[in-house]
Design a protein around this ligand. Structure first.
Ligand SMILES: *Cc1c(COP(=O)(O)O)cnc(C)c1O
Length: 467
């Protein structure tokens, strides 16, 4: 393909994208395909000769498009959002076309320096104090794994990387039973092990379901007495299931008293903190050692873009940095090499989309979106609560709540399936205190109040048809 052809097809691809987004509301959110249907349409072996882009793009529309879930759909109310705002897409297109590797300052100085400044913009935007430094990770899972590795190495006096874990005391890490599975996997991958990830109960009487801190203190004391090595605490703000929020100040008190590392997972909810009124949910975050939130969820920076803030990057570098001769930057020893702050060596230029995004909307524009989502979510929860056959099981935390329709678990599961098969909206089920609930979050960049009102109509209509 020559570059004139590239420009031609590139223009067509962008036009396709704009048309797709303009008509997205008319598509079912979830595809209607069965397992194996897409693969069956693809040739089993690669072609020997090249094909024209015309044929490839036609097949793309015919085979691929019908098999996609439309994550940018304005009525996507499932999981958490994975928003990609148009200016962020433009930045990603530019990055895709330049394709720089940004592991060291010298392998693309603009990428490193942009990343430093953008993370400081985000730090200010969510109200973290000066002193936190940021790095972009590919995912919150990676940021949490990095934090767990720091906990482990710090507790072991940096012996784990050198000697391995055999013969070391068992490192213990504490979190609530509300945390995301990425915390479990960080424990597995770091060699800490599931059994050494101590999950404390969440306080059921508190609607925010924070970790029981008395139980935390007791667990740490018992572990010390039994010869374990407590290393760190992972707090959560806005857990995946129902949005649980730990009392971070109390966790910080324990971490300080016990000399433990404190990491906060605010993957989804962190974006909400650009609105100062939401910061009560993570009071005390400023005393954490590290925190991660995903601009690639609610904020509109296309996946992947996790903002990982660290109070002491030296501990992170001491855990992860390796400097072979060929990676040394001659004549510029004071520069930041972000590959020393993360597990992979290679890194994309991910800061550019933050720059495009934040400049286009301004913080005020992004705050308005988040405030709308929260208001519409509360609205919908109130409307459902007023219906005699619906019950709000967990009240809105930011824009996330869960509800139940009168009937048993099987009925509610069937209701979720029927709603999703209808296609106008998409949501997911969850379990709270052993009982099936329907989980709802408003977060799509393009959502309007009318989309959320449609959700009310769809939910009530389908539920009553089934009853
Ligand atoms: C989404 C989410 C994660 C995982 O985020 P990735 O970036 O996909 O790794 C972790 N924790 C919470 C609370 C989340 O909502």
């Amino acid at each position: 393909m020559n570059w004139d052809e590239f420009a031609d097809w590139g223009g067509k691809a962008v036009a396709f994208g704009a048309e797709y987004h303009k008509t997205l509301r008319d598509r079912p959110v979830r595809p209607r395909v069965s397992p194996g249907e897409i693969a069956a349409q693809l040739p089993a072996s690669p072609p020997e000769g090249g094909e024209g882009m015309e044929a490839i793009l036609e097949d793309f529309e015919r085979i691929v498009m019908p098999g996609l879930t439309h994550w940018q759909h304005p009525r996507f109310f499932a999981y958490f959002p994975a928003n990609a705002a148009p200016p962020s897409m433009l930045a990603e297109m530019l990055v895709t076309m330049l394709a720089p590797q940004c592991m060291l300052w010298q392998t693309s100085p603009a990428a490193t320096e942009m990343e430093g400044v953008m993370l400081d913009w985000l730090r200010q935007a969510v109200g973290l104090p000066e002193g936190f430094q940021g790095v972009i990770q590919d995912s919150a899972s990676s940021a949490t794994l990095a934090a767990v590795l720091v906990m482990r190495e710090r507790a072991l006096g940096w012996a784990g990387n050198v000697q391995g874990l055999a013969g070391q005391p068992a490192v213990r890490i504490y979190c609530s039973d509300q945390v995301h599975t990425s915390i479990d996997r960080a424990a597995w991958v770091s060699g800490v092990g599931q059994e050494n990830l101590v999950k404390l109960p969440a306080v059921a009487e508190d609607p925010l379901r924070p970790m029981d801190v008395a139980a935390l203190r007791a667990a740490i004391a018992a572990d010390r007495a039994a010869g374990y090595l407590p290393a760190g605490i992972i707090g959560v703000t806005g857990a995946t299931g129902m949005g649980a929020c730990d009392r971070l100040g109390e966790l910080a008190d324990v971490a300080q008293a016990e000399d433990l590392y404190l990491h906060i997972d605010a993957a989804w909810a962190g974006a909400g903190m650009i609105c100062p009124e939401n910061r009560v949910l993570w009071e005390g975050v400023e005393r954490a050692d590290s925190m991660v939130f995903n601009p690639h969820k609610w904020m509109g920076a296309q996946f992947d873009c996790s903002a990982h803030f660290i109070r002491d990057p030296d501990a992170l570098r001491q855990t992860l940095a390796i400097r072979p001769e060929f990676l040394k930057t001659l004549g510029a020893e004071d520069v930041t090499d972000y590959s020393e702050w993360s597990i992979p060596l290679g890194r994309r230029f991910r800061a550019l989309k933050l720059w495009f995004l934040i400049r286009t909307y301004g913080l005020e524009g992004l705050r308005e979106m988040i405030r709308n989502h929260i208001a519409w979510s509360r609205d919908l929860a109130a409307r459902l609560a007023a219906e005699p056959d619906f019950e709000i099981v967990t009240a809105p935390v930011l824009s996330l709540f869960s509800f139940r329709h009168a009937g048993d678990d099987a009925h509610n599961l069937k209701l979720v399936e029927a709603i999703n098969a209808d296609g106008r909206i998409y949501l997911t089920q969850n379990k709270v205190d052993g009982q099936v609930v329907i989980r709802f979050q408003v977060g799509a960049f393009g959502a309007t109040g009318a989309d959320v009102a449609t959700a009310f109509d769809v939910i009530t209509e389908i539920a009553r048809d089934m009853a």
